[in-house]
Design a protein around this ligand. Structure first.
Ligand code: FAD
Length: 290
């Protein structure tokens, strides 16, 4: 039975969830269903599917959400950004989601398309995520709304305090839970929760976990999203960066320790950025349960 993610929160203290991105080819999509079927054996509470930069995966994200909900009988959260869409188009997409029983949205502003530095809303489009929340709420409570959170502050935000104030607005405009950007120092997560609590934000903050499989890839991604690559990460991964197997093994070890520590810190779940791979998430999950 498809449920809202916050309904799952009423039944369990901690959720385990998986994020996938839409592949570009039909063969890639079929492979993704096989990967997701394998990971579904681990018993996730829900799945989420990203929305390509600039709305580039518009139809594919929805098709995958729909198909995964049918195959796995799980709630699948549709990431949804404002990039390149007028409000009429955003409404049209939500109408299609409703027809396909998709009722969980991760509401996002999105980033400018590749090669464009400044964020500019589309003509008749939206500037901020909280405005997308308002648009989603024109459908009443049909949709559950998750929003993105940044333990280190959003890259374009001048400081963490301002970032928390912006989060407060997102929550007042309908955000029901927060999914975080990746981070590698768990004190950042704890400090983030404390900052949010000062603003009376008490909704669940699900930490996003990236199992490291490539040191160079990690450096590139973190440079774009502003997440800090800690000295510990450099020390572990730089010396082994050219040994794929060693990186994978160390990535699993690091993620297991990070997850255990987050759970000790009372994190209300773990959300894994799977990068569309069965491993390393399967191995990490096995070790967390053992
Ligand atoms: C878990 C997770 C999943 C993601 N999935 C995707 C995806 O599928 N597709 C994709 O394209 N991107 C995705 N992103 C990236 C996201 O779109 C970008 O990080 C984007 O730059 C910020 O989106 P947002 O919804 O947080 O924006 P907003 O909350 O609108 O914030 C954007 C900027 O505006 C500022 N701001 C916010 N509110 C106000 C206000 N009221 N007044 C003034 N300034 C304000 C913020 O401080 C921030 O600097 C994801 C991010 C995370 C953490």
């Amino acid at each position: 039975m498809i449920q809202k993610i916050t309904d799952i929160f009423h039944k369990t203290d901690k959720t385990f969830s998986l994020e996938f991105f839409p592949p570009k080819t039909p063969a890639g999509i079929e492979k993704l269903y096989e990967t997701a079927a394998e990971l579904n054996k681990l018993g996730p509470d829900f799945i989420s599917v990203t929305y390509g930069a600039g709305g580039s995966t518009r139809g594919t994200t929805m098709d995958i959400c729909d198909e995964m909900q049918k195959r796995f009988d799980l709630p699948v959260m549709h990431h949804f950004t404002c990039v390149g869409h007028s409000t009429t188009e955003l409404q049209d997409i939500m109408e299609q989601m409703k027809k396909r029983n998709i009722m969980n949205i991760l509401a996002l502003r999105g980033d400018p398309p590749k090669g464009v530095d400044d964020w500019k809303p589309a003509a008749d489009g939206l500037q901020y995520c909280y405005q997308l929340n308002d648009l989603i709420r024109t459908h009443g409570d049909y949709f559950n709304i998750g929003v993105a959170g940044f333990p280190e502050g959003h890259i374009n935000c001048p400081d963490k305090e301002t970032d928390s104030r912006h989060m407060k607005i997102k929550v007042e405009h309908g955000g029901e839970f927060i999914m975080t950007q990746l981070f590698f120092d768990n004190t950042l997560y704890t400090e983030y929760i404390e900052r949010l609590q000062k603003h009376d934000i008490k909704i669940r903050v699900l930490p996003g976990i990236l199992p490291i499989t490539s040191y160079e890839g990690l450096l590139k991604f973190c440079a774009t999203c502003g997440a800090t690559v800690t000295d510990e990460i450099h020390d572990i991964f730089r010396p082994i960066k050219d040994d794929e197997e060693a990186v994978k093994k160390a990535g699993i070890e690091f993620a297991v320790n990070q997850c255990k520590d987050l759970l000790r810190r009372d994190a209300p779940g773990l959300h894994f950025f799977t990068l569309n791979k069965v491993e390393p998430v399967r191995e990490i999950w096995k070790r967390l349960l053992s």
